[in-house]
Design a protein around this ligand. Structure first.
Ligand SMILES: [Zn+2]
Length: 344
């Protein structure tokens, strides 16, 4: 090649390369599918396809080449830092005994958080045996199915505890889960409930779970039949052992499914039955009503129900594990799984 031709060829090559770069940057990128640690990349999309017929209008399957307004966005991962920030806010309300002013102020704050997510939240008041008023805070995240999964966490504390682990940890995880799932809904409709007055009041060891017992008592037979499961997040911020718990008196399917899902994610979780007859968290009333339940808990916490239950002693990775498991589990619930849970 002559020098002049060489220069010409070089100029042509540079122009071509620039054109390729320009075209490549102008082509819209397709959103990447969600990647879960268990490699379930396409499962959620397949799920949406498989459940299209009997359910409400569904977003596109993600196969489309250009981003559409209803395109499911890439689900955000559970953020333990965001959860810890909420733990510290809840802790700052101080001791939040059932029926106290601090409990009422906490309810108002939780209500504001849910409304801030664009949810239509409500406060359900109920009377305690003392005559004082306590409250549940409730909001729904509409899913692609009418089948309901209840996600609960109690926000009261046992004096003198400021309740960072018991149970700001569960409330904070529930807020983070709600934030994520309002952005990227799942198949089940979720009922988010922050329960008041879970802890014992006075010396009677069975005088507890007032908010959840009240809530279940308000449910019609049709609502109970429509409730596929209930998960209680209670004390998920500290401890060496991770459990799915029930009283062992109701359907075990949800707990079994959760344990299997944890195993699939490489999370070491074992079953633990509540001692005694009354149950040790807000799953109790749901379990006795025949709803499949699981109480998710890390244990043991040596500062349980003491003034030492402050945010500084928490292990944020524990909250993250619990939060991630619940998120991934909810995403795995397709129409078929919900049908099995509803058939009990
Ligand atoms: Zn608790």
């Amino acid at each position: 090649m002559k020098p002049r031709h060489r220069i010409l060829a070089l100029v042509v090559a540079v122009v071509l390369a620039a054109a390729v770069v320009l075209i490549a940057s102008a082509v819209p990128r397709r959103p990447q599918p969600a990647q879960s640690p268990s490699g379930e990349t396409t499962r959620s999309l397949d799920t949406l396809e498989a459940t299209r017929a009997p359910l409400r209008e569904l977003p596109p399957s993600g196969i489309a080449t250009a981003p559409a307004p209803l395109q499911p966005t890439e689900p955000r991962a559970f953020d333990a830092d965001a959860a810890m920030a909420d733990v510290r806010v809840l802790e700052a309300f101080g001791v939040r005994a059932g029926g106290s002013d601090a409990e009422a102020r906490t309810a108002a704050w939780l209500h504001a958080q849910l409304e801030g997510m664009g949810l239509d939240a409500r406060i359900e008041e109920f009377a305690l045996p003392s005559g004082a008023t306590s409250r549940n805070v409730i909001a729904r995240i509409e899913g692609l199915s009418d089948a309901v999964v209840v996600l609960g966490a109690h926000f009261d504390t046992k004096p003198p505890s400021p309740g960072a682990n018991d149970n700001a940890s569960g409330c904070a995880a529930l807020l983070e889960i709600a934030r994520i799932l309002t952005e990227s809904p799942v198949v089940p409709t979720l009922e988010i409930i922050f329960f008041g007055s879970e802890e014992t009041l006075g010396r009677d060891r069975d005088a507890h779970h007032f908010g959840s017992r009240y809530r279940v008592a308000q449910m019609s037979a049709a609502e109970r039949r429509q409730t596929a499961g209930m998960i209680s997040l209670d004390m998920i911020g500290y401890g060496p052992a991770f459990h799915s718990r029930t009283m062992g008196r109701g359907p075990m399917l949800l707990s079994d499914m959760l344990l299997a899902h944890a195993a699939g994610l490489g999370i070491d979780m074992t079953y633990r039955k509540d001692p005694g007859s009354s149950g040790w968290s807000d799953h109790e009333a749901y379990e006795l009503a025949g709803v499949p339940v699981s109480w998710i808990q890390w244990r043991d916490d040596p500062v349980y129900h003491t003034a030492g239950d402050v945010s500084g002693h928490l292990q944020p990775d524990r909250i993250e594990t619990a939060g991630r498991l619940v998120l991934e589990f909810l995403r795995s619930l397709d129409a078929q799984a919900l049908k099995r849970l509803l058939e009990r």
